[in-house]
Structures are given as structure tokens and as C-alpha cells.
Ligand binder design. Structure first.
Ligand code: ADP
Ligand code: ZN
Length: 811
């Protein structure tokens, strides 16, 4: 009996490729292993997703080699990736690639091998020589061969089937190391002290001496990675001090040393009554060892994390493991600390700062069962926790759970729910501001609603002051109203700190009337219109509605309509001018693109190197500074200008995060929202800390307009370098969608995207709203039919236009 294997590759191609299986591999082959197979002129790495004896109608080529001794992915995870492949309409291999770390995925280096053992007679001397060398070395790194002989001759030899290209799984096995700095010898520390004192006496101000002073406050030895978090301690300053003979370092492997947190399981708190009640419900599923979905609602500080910890502990006692998803680990170091305190080395932390090697090691440790709990951001949903017993999704509403680009465009929270189904284990989702989708799910019986009603310590929620910008127009100090200015001034004088938030996405610009605050909206979609400056036009990026740039405000008739864009930097400058005696720090997209930039800025602020932190909404997440007593949101309502039906929900989430935070510290906090729309329900409800009544209104609005959770939105983005082609493809494809869906109402677009051109690619988009009861296979069939239809009608040049499908798009 002949055997065949179905293989996937890490591309957007959604089909599987069938290869025949030579007898010699019948023992070794297994689903989830990597194999070498011929594909065009290459030998490619593929992953086996199926083994069968159905002979296909076409001729098959044989598998060349089985690459793994054990499957790189377990059956349950393979099933999960398959579901994503169907549900999010992307390549199966693409999902596997995203799910696994380098070393266990398709990531490969290319090698050249000589094909036949006999020397072909059509080669000239040079070519024969190249072939000989490559044959002798068995395999030759392609990049090196290209450097040595050039692409042209190699391409020719590959074309003539003299040479062929093979992929080798890449494994970056170099351990990661870091310099561990310490004082050189016994006397250095004293000597350093003396130097600092001497310099201070004579008023000298060398940078390395100032750095020395910082070092004296720290405990050495310490890793360079940690030291350079201090502004004064650049690596060259450390070297300078070493030159003085005061410091020295060892190069140390960091792989197993990355966590140096406190471990003391006796510090587990006893749950209070409310927590007990919630835990009791979750325990039902844990005891039954079966699926159960829970939405745990409670304001920040109400003790949700404590409930997760107790549930995890229960699961570990059953001899099982747990998976904890958090939004962005760089922003939430406290939560890792809390888990580490109780579970110690049982934890594998998967964050974006890990090197390939560290990620691979963490993966292996989980696979082998050496670590039983994985904590990480979105892609940790694929962590190979053994004998999984529980999944926790903290801050389930967070946008960062959704991967937007590139594919697979999955939502980590929803994948977590599916994983819980596949593994038949409970999933607990927690939030202070549950997403409308999850909240609606509790009403539909998809998950159970649990609530923590009060904070364990009766910390008071801060009073929120709304500053109506319409009223304060003549009482502003630059960008801030006088009451906020006064509060910051007082805080700085008392040596306390302030945070100013600039709620701005900074890419779509829009118009706003400077007199009344009116922002033009689409008459069809109730989302704000995007301002296209070059065309002097306002456009709806959902339905394509457009109008000319108005000269006068439609509401108040004044000619004070201004365009709004981004500008955190400008804000920081203005603030610095207003408070000349205060130090300011800025945190936004520009300042946080570096690898550790986030935590660097936050740590510096935590050490009180600055009095005022100015930043975009990323500042609003997961921060807890005891000395921050004033938090101001400069423009609480800009979120509403963002062209999305979710803007009210987002604004509420952000504002309530801000309002919740400030009350955590022992000092009483003041919160200010500057707004043009002080009567907007999201702002009012955030001020009153009233999530439930906000959610009621928001759900009613969604229902009326059939937005999620009352529908499911799929977004199609068409991208290409020639605008005409992009538009034609968008139009034709959207026609096909309309035909397949059969009802015009649910298809919106096509229209230029909010950012109509990005990196020289024109972007158009369309949306569809479909019934939320549609599952993976219904969505897949619908899209398959659309693509089939589109294939028949493709306009000219369609192949140069990419079509991205984004199921459950968040934007
Ligand atoms: P959330 O996750 O909802 O923001 P946390 O679980 O972090 O809330 O709890 C807030 C604070 O209250 C933490 O410092 C935590 O240690 C403390 N805490 C929570 N539950 C208890 C409890 N049952 N007993 C004592 N302290 C608690
Ligand atoms: Zn519209």
C-alpha cells in the first residue's frame, strides 16, 4: 500500500501539498514532523499535517527526508493552528510558523548541494570547478556561495539541475550572554567614593564621575542590561570607569538567570468573601476537569489576579499546568512578579525581549514539563504547556491580543477560548472593562459572569474632575486648563509626580471646530470622517461617503474648523515651558521603538528621575507609581475622532484605566479629563466609574447599527503600487462579495483606507458584517466562493494587488 503525506509551507497559500512517501520513511513519518520535499527547484521544509493512503489524481513527488525525531508540535496545538487557518482564513503553515519559536519552525538557512554524482558533460571549466567544490563540502551555505561566485552562474547551474538549494532548519544555538559588572578588588568601592567626593568639592562635573555616583547607590554585581537602564550608565561610561581600574566584568550566560524575582509561596493571600464566591464557580470546572468559560469583572485592584493565582494553584495540585495571557508584558512587570512570588521556577515567561535562543529554551522547558506555567503576551497562547489544566486571559478587552499584520490575524483571547475547548479545560477572562463581545457572551450563555464587587483594601476611587474645554477657552495655560495646571504645580512642589496623557493615535487626521468642538461624522456610519488634506476632502473609511472640506462648522457656523493630528513632542515642550523647575519625560511611539525603551522610561520615572511623564495612551497601561498624585488626560475625547464604531468603548477603557490607577496609592489621587464633550456618555460613565451603565448604552448602540457583538466584521485590505489597479481589484472583489453574501446591506465599501497610502502602497478596503453565529467553516466557504468568483472576473493587473483578509478586525 502506498502512503502519502499532506504538507504545508509557511505561506499564505491555503492548500496542502501531497507527496508520496518512500518505504524507508514509513517508520519515521508522523504528523507534526518537518520533512524535506522538492518544490519547484528547491528542497523546502514542510510540516506534515496528514498521512493517508488516498492516491491523488496527479503525479506526486517523494518526500526526501524526515527532519525531526519527535513532532515539533503536539496534536492538540496542530488542531488549534488548523482552526485558526480555517477561521482567520490564512495559510495553515503561516499559523504554524507564528506559533513556534525559531529552531522549531520553518525558519531556515539555504544550502547548495550538487545533484548527480557524475560530472555532466556540458559544463565549462569554471562551472565544473564550482560543482566540484560544492560536492566536496557536501553542503555549501548559499549566501557564501553567492558572495564567492555571484548569483548569475549559480542560478544557471541550479536551472540546469547541476546544483540544488536545500533548506536547513535554523537553530541559533549560541547562548545569550551579558556582561556582569562588579567592583574590581576590595578597595575599589571606597576609592570610587573618594573620587566622587573630591570631584564634588572642587566642583568638577565629569560624566563618568557622575555615573560612578549612581553606581555607588546600586548593588553590584549587576548585568549590563540592567545597569544601562539608568540614564547615566551607558556602556561606554562603564568602560570608562573600568579604564580607571575601578570596575571589571565577566561574560556570563543569561539564559537561566533571566528571572531574579522573589519567591515565597507563604505570601499567598486568603481569599476574601467575594473572591471565594468567584473561585468557587471556577473550581467547578477545574474539579470536573472540563471546559468552562468565565468572565471575571472587577475594577483595578479588586483582586482578580489573586483569584487567578488560587485557580492556578489548584490546577498545579492536580498535577497539571497553566497558561496565563497578559497584554504586553513589558508594561506589566508587576503581574509576573506576583506569579513568581507564589510559583517560582515553575514559570516560563515568554516576552518579546527574549532572544531566539531564550525563547527556544523556554519552549523546550515547557515541552519537557520542567516548567508548568507559561506567562506571556498574545503568541504565548501557543505555549506547549504539558497536561494543560487552565487558561487565564488577563485584561481580556485589550487590543494588543489581536494581531493585525502580518497574517495570521488572530485574536489571542478567542484562540485561547478555542484552545480551552480543544483541551477541555476552563478559561478565565478578567477585566475591569470587559469587551462588549465578552460581556454579550455572558448574556448569551457562552460564558459565566463573575464579579468582584469591592477592593480588598477599601481604597477610595479617585474623584474625577471634568474640564470642559469649551468653558476654559480663556483660562488655559497652553494645552492645559488652569485647575490641572494648579494641581500639577502643587504636586511638583510637594515632590510628588504627575502623568499627562495624550490620547492620540497619531495617524488618521480629522477636523474639529475650535469653537464648539464639533467633529464631522459620516451620515451613514456614525463614525468620524477622516480628513484627506491633499484632496481637501472628508471621507468615511467604512462606506466611502465623501464630502468637501467644510469652511464653516456645521454646528456653530464659525470658520474655526481646524485639522488635528499628532504631536506628543510638542506637548512635552509646552509642558516643560510651563513647569521650568520640573523634569519631564516623554513616552510615545517615537521614544519607545527601542527594545527596552518602554521599561527604561518607566523605570526612570519610577526612580523619580522626572516629575512629569507625558505620553500617549500606552502610558495608561499597567502602571502603578506610589508618588503619582495627579493624572490628567489632555484630550479625553480624541478617541471619538478615530473612525471606528469602537471608539466609545476604547475611550471608556482608557479613561477608566486612568481613573482606577490613581486611587491605588496610599496618597489620594486627583484625576482630570479635559474634554470638548463633557456630556458624552463614555466620559460621564468613566467619571462615575460606572462600567455597567456604560456597557448597557454601548450595547444598545451596537445593536441598533448591527455592529459587533451583533455582527462579525471582516475587513478586506487591497494593497498595490498602482492606484488604478488597487481600486479596480477592490471594486471587483467587493462586487463578488456582494453577490456571494446576497444582501447589499452587509457589504461596506470599497473606499480608500484611513491611511490611503503607506510605504508607497495604495490601500483600499471593504468591510462585511455577517451574522455572528457563523463559525469557521461557514466563513471559509463564503470566502472560498468569493475568491473563486473573483478569479473568473479578475481585472487586468490583479496579480500585483494583494488582498488581505482580516476576520474580526478591530479597527
Ligand atoms: P486586580 O488584579 O483586580 O487589579 P489584585 O489581585 O492585583 O487586583 O489585587 C489588588 C491588591 O490587593 C494587590 O496588592 C493584592 O495583593 C491585594 N489583595 C488581593 N486580594 C487579597 C486578599 N484576599 N487578601 C489580601 N490582599 C489581597
Ligand atoms: Zn460612512
Amino acid at each position: 500500500m502506498s502512503l502519502y503525506t499532506d504538507i504545508v509551507f509557511p505561506t499564505a497559500v491555503r492548500r496542502q501539498f501531497t507527496y508520496s512517501l518512500p518505504d524507508e520513511f514509513k517508520e519515521d513519518i508522523e504528523v507534526g514532523k518537518r520533512v524535506w520535499v522538492p518544490l519547484q527547484k528547491h528542497k523546502k521544509i514542510g510540516v506534515v499535517v496528514n498521512i493517508h493512503d488516498e492516491s491523488p489524481e496527479f503525479n506526486t513527488r517523494p518526500v526526501q527526508q524526515v527532519l525531526d525525531e519527535k513532532p515539533i508540535i503536539s496534536e492538540e496545538l496542530l488542531k488549534l493552528t488548523e482552526w485558526i487557518h480555517h477561521f482567520y482564513y490564512c495559510g495553515w503553515g503561516e499559523v504554524i510558523q507564528a506559533a513556534l519559536p525559531v529552531g522549531l519552525n520553518f525558519y531556515a538557512q539555504k544550502y547548495l548541494k550538487a545533484r548527480e554524482s557524475e560530472l555532466p558533460n556540458f559544463l565549462n571549466d569554471d562551472e565544473a570547478e564550482i560543482r566540484k567544490e560544492i560536492q566536496q563540502s557536501e553542503s555549501y551555505l548559499l549566501a557564501e556561495a553567492q558572495k564567492r561566485w555571484g548569483d548569475k552562474i549559480l542560478d544557471k547551474l541550479v536551472g540546469q539541475k547541476v546544483l540544488e538549494v536545500w533548506e536547513q532548519p535554523a537553530m541559533k544555538m549560541d547562548p545569550s550572554t551579558d556582561k556582569l559588572w562588579q567592583w574590581k578588588g576590595k578597595e575599589s568601592r571606597k576609592k570610587a567614593k573618594r573620587i566622587v567626593e573630591e570631584h564634588e568639592e572642587v566642583g568638577k562635573n565629569y560624566k563618568w564621575v557622575r555615573a560612578l555616583k549612581v553606581l555607588l547607590d546600586l548593588e553590584l554585581p549587576e548585568f549590563q542590561k540592567e545597569l544601562t537602564d539608568f540614564e547615566m550608565l551607558e556602556y561606554y561610561t562603564l568602560n570608562r570607569i573600568a579604564e580607571e581600574g575601578l570596575l571589571t566584568y565577566d561574560e556570563v550566560e543569561t539564559t537561566n538567570l533571566s528571572i531574579k524575582l522573589e519567591y515565597d509561596p507563604s505570601q499567598l493571600n486568603t481569599l476574601n468573601e467575594g473572591q471565594q464566591a468567584a473561585f468557587k464557580e471556577i473550581k467547578k470546572s477545574i474539579n470536573k476537569e472540563s471546559f468552562g468559560s468565565y468572565l471575571l469583572y472587577g475594577i483595578t485592584g479588586s483582586g482578580k489576579t489573586e483569584v487567578y493565582i488560587h485557580a492556578l494553584k489548584k490546577v498545579l495540585e492536580q498535577g497539571k499546568g497553566g497558561l496565563v495571557l497578559v497584554p504586553e508584558i513589558g508594561l506589566t512587570p508587576q503581574i509576573v512578579k506576583r506569579f513568581h512570588l507564589i510559583f517560582g521556577d515553575d514559570i516560563a515567561v515568554l516576552h518579546s525581549r527574549l532572544t531566539d535562543r531564550e525563547r527556544y529554551d523556554a519552549w523546550r522547558a515547557l515541552q519537557k514539563g520542567e516548567k508548568r506555567i507559561a506567562i506571556g503576551a498574545r503568541s504565548a497562547v501557543f505555549a506547549p504547556v504539558q497536561n494543560l489544566g487552565l487558561i487565564v486571559v488577563d485584561e481580556e478587552h485589550d487590543m494588543s491580543y489581536k494581531q493585525e499584520d502580518p497574517a495570521p490575524r488572530y485574536n489571542g483571547r478567542d484562540v485561547a477560548i478555542m484552545r480551552a475547548h480543544i483541551n477541555d479545560v476552563p478559561v478565565v477572562m478578567g477585566s475591569a472593562t470587559p469587551s462588549m463581545v465578552s460581556l454579550y457572551g455572558t448574556k448569551k450563555g457562552k460564558s459565566e459572569y463573575l464579579e468582584l464587587k469591592k477592593r480588598p483594601f477599601e481604597a477610595k476611587l479617585p474623584d474625577v474632575t471634568l474640564l470642559d474645554l469649551k468653558q476654559y477657552q480663556s483660562a488655559m495655560k497652553g494645552p492645559i486648563a488652569i485647575p490641572l495646571f494648579e494641581a500639577i504645580k502643587e504636586a511638583v512642589e510637594r515632590d510628588e509626580q504627575a502623568i499627562l496623557l495624550y490620547n492620540r493615535r497619531g495617524f488618521a487626521s480629522y477636523l474639529q471646530c475650535a469653537t464648539c468642538g464639533e467633529i464631522p461624522e459620516c451620515p451613514n456610519c456614525s463614525v468620524s470622517l477622516t480628513f484627506h488634506k491633499s484632496k481637501k476632502q472628508l471621507r468615511c473609511h467604512y462606506c466611502g461617503y465623501s464630502e468637501r472640506q467644510p469652511r464653516r462648522c456645521k454646528k456653530c457656523g464659525k470658520n474655526t474648523v481646524e485639522s488635528r493630528g499628532s504631536g506628543t513632542q510638542q506637548l512635552e515642550e509646552q509642558i516643560a515651558e510651563l513647569f521650568p523647575d520640573a523634569e519631564t519625560l516623554r513616552m510615545d511611539f517615537d521614544t519607545t521603538s527601542g527594545k527596552n525603551a518602554h521599561s527604561k522610561i518607566l523605570k526612570a520615572f519610577g526612580r523619580k528621575e522626572a516629575d512629569i511623564l507625558v505620553g500617549t495612551q500606552i502610558v495608561g497601561k499597567g502602571l502603578d507609581f506610589p508618588d503619582v498624585t495627579v493624572v490628567g488626560v489632555i484630550d479625553a475625547d480624541t478617541e471619538l475622532a478615530f473612525p471606528s464604531f469602537r471608539s466609545g468603548e476604547r475611550m471608556y477603557q482608557l479613561l477608566s484605566q486612568v481613573a482606577g490607577r490613581s486611587g491605588r496609592a496610599d496618597k489620594e489621587g486627583k484625576v482630570f479629563f479635559q474634554t470638548w464633550q463633557s456630556d458624552h456618555p463614555a466620559i460621564q460613565k468613566a467619571k462615575e466609574h460606572d462600567y455597567k451603565s456604560f456597557a448597557r448604552q454601548e450595547l444598545a448602540y451596537r445593536k441598533m447599527l448591527q455592529y459587533p457583538p451583533y455582527s462579525r466584521i471582516i475587513r478586506f485590505v487591497f494593497k498595490g503600487e498602482q492606484e488604478g489597479r488597487v481600486r479596480r481589484v477592490a471594486e471587483t472583489y467587493t462586487e463578488c462579495l456582494t453577490e456571494v453574501l446576497g444582501s447589499f446591506d452587509s457589504v461596506l465599501g470599497p473606499s480608500p483606507a484611513a491611511i490611503a497610502k503607506m510605504q508607497n502602497f495604495y490601500r483600499w478596503e471593504s468591510f462585511i458584517k455577517i451574522n455572528p453565529s457563523n463559525g469557521a467553516s461557514a466563513i471559509e466557504q463564503m470566502l472560498d466562493r468569493t475568491f473563486d468568483l473573483f478569479d473568473d472576473r479578475k481585472p487586468k493587473g490583479a496579480s500585483s494587488v494583494r488582498i488581505n483578509v482580516n476576520v474580526d478586525a478591530l479597527e
